[in-house]
Design a protein around this ligand. Structure first.
Ligand code: CP3
Length: 350
């Protein structure tokens, strides 16, 4: 096994002291980079980019060649699982994801096929192995999956939505059916993350993008519970698990007991208070509103100082955005952010 040249990200996940704060950026490979747009044009469409090992490897490494990032993230998508389940994922230009065959009734849920992640999603494991090889120990590689709740949102709604009303109708109206779907997805997500770990992922993140749409009790029963099932299956590997629920600001007391090693924070909560509530053994990641990357160096500088200040030198802090980077961002400001986080945190530590 190649030893890592830069392991500050993994150290921070374990709440060990580091010489400077590690940083990576959610959706760091994406349309804000001209070289990403060029590779995507060669691939033809987004899913072909994900399914081609060489292209997926190339775009994963693009942001690392530009910026001094402390982790790479597998280039793929959370919707690979519903795609493998036969829902017919497609992307129309300029629009979000859509499904040809969304789940419409109990029968469509009960008839979902059993899949084997190592064959039906083999292209993802091929990408993980290829990226690990290309990284050659430069930085750790993050694998990921969507949370069962977030996957169920897209699978029932059939596309993105502001309120996911169709999904909530099933959840509140037929809670047992919803649990059946979530348990089914929890098993697949666990197998999927374990396969990514087997292929070389050094840490894994669960994206619960739509958990914040729920009431506290529904979050606990439908989203958090299924993520806890997954964490239980991953724990024995010793690979750190990051849990990111967007909009979870008031639920830190629930998340604290989930078994996650690190909690992703959006920008609505105060990082210092989240840390106080989570205790010393759980790391945190995130918190910068991605929209600051549309402003200027001075504003970004202020935010870096604010976030480092709220963390107050505690071990277990990973700098990141509170959600994915947007296509309009100027890459020069990303470079500024990454360097500023390193410089300012180094000064604070020494
Ligand atoms: O972080 C990374 O660099 C890894 C790549 C990654 C992508 N999607 C690539 C992508 C990751 C981690 C994801 C996760 C993902 N996908 C989530 C959870 C995180 C979040 O942002 O909330 C969700 C909800 C999805 C579903 C999805 N895939 C949407 C809503 C879209 C459209 C978004 C848009 O900006 O148009 C996608 C497509 C997608 N996934 C793109 C990328 C780079 C853009 C596709 C393109 O090139 O046109």
């Amino acid at each position: 096994m190649t030893t890592l040249q830069n392991d500050i990200f993994l150290k921070a996940l374990r709440c060990e002291p580091v010489s400077r704060t590690p940083i990576w950026i959610m959706r760091q490979a994406g349309r804000y980079l001209p070289e990403y747009r060029a590779t995507r044009a060669k691939a033809g469409d987004f899913m072909s980019l994900c399914k081609n090992t060489d292209f997926a490897t190339e775009v994963t490494l693009q942001p690392l060649d530009r910026f001094d990032l402390d982790a790479a993230i597998l280039f793929s998508d959370i919707l690979t699982i519903p795609d493998a389940l036969g829902l017919g994922l497609y992307f129309e230009t300029g629009e979000g994801p859509k499904f040809k065959n969304p789940l419409t009734d109990a029968r469509s849920i009960q008839n979902l096929p059993r899949i084997d992640v190592n064959t039906d999603l083999q292209y993802v494991m091929n990408a993980v192995s290829s990226i690990k090889k290309a990284l050659n120990g430069r930085v750790p590689l993050i694998g990921f999956s969507g949370s069962p709740w977030t996957l169920a949102c897209y699978m029932i709604q059939g596309e993105g939505s502001r309120d996911f009303a169709k999904v909530k109708k099933v959840m509140y109206g037929q809670p047992e059916l919803m649990h059946q779907l979530l348990d089914f997805l929890s098993d697949i997500v666990s197998d999927y993350l374990l396969a990514q770990i087997e292929a070389g992922a050094d840490a894994v993140q669960i994206f619960d993008t739509w958990g914040g749409l729920l009431s506290e009790s529904a979050y606990r029963d439908f989203s958090l519970r299924s993520m806890e099932r997954i964490i239980e299956r991953i724990k024995p590997t010793g690979v750190p698990i990051i849990m990111f629920t967007k909009g979870a600001g008031s639920w830190m007391h629930l998340i604290k007991g989930s078994g996650a090693d690190c909690v992703g924070l959006d920008w609505t909560m105060n990082l210092g208070r989240a840390r106080d509530q989570l205790g010393d053994n759980i790391a945190v990641q995130g918190n910068l509103d991605p929209s600051f990357l549309l402003t200027d160096e001075e504003k970004i500088d202020e935010q870096v100082a604010r976030i480092l200040g709220e963390n107050h030198g505690r071990p277990g802090h990973i700098f990141n955005l509170g959600h994915g980077i947007t296509p309009q961002v100027n890459p020069e400001l990303v470079k500024f952010l990454v360097d500023r986080v390193h410089d300012l945190s180094f000064l604070q530590e020494s």
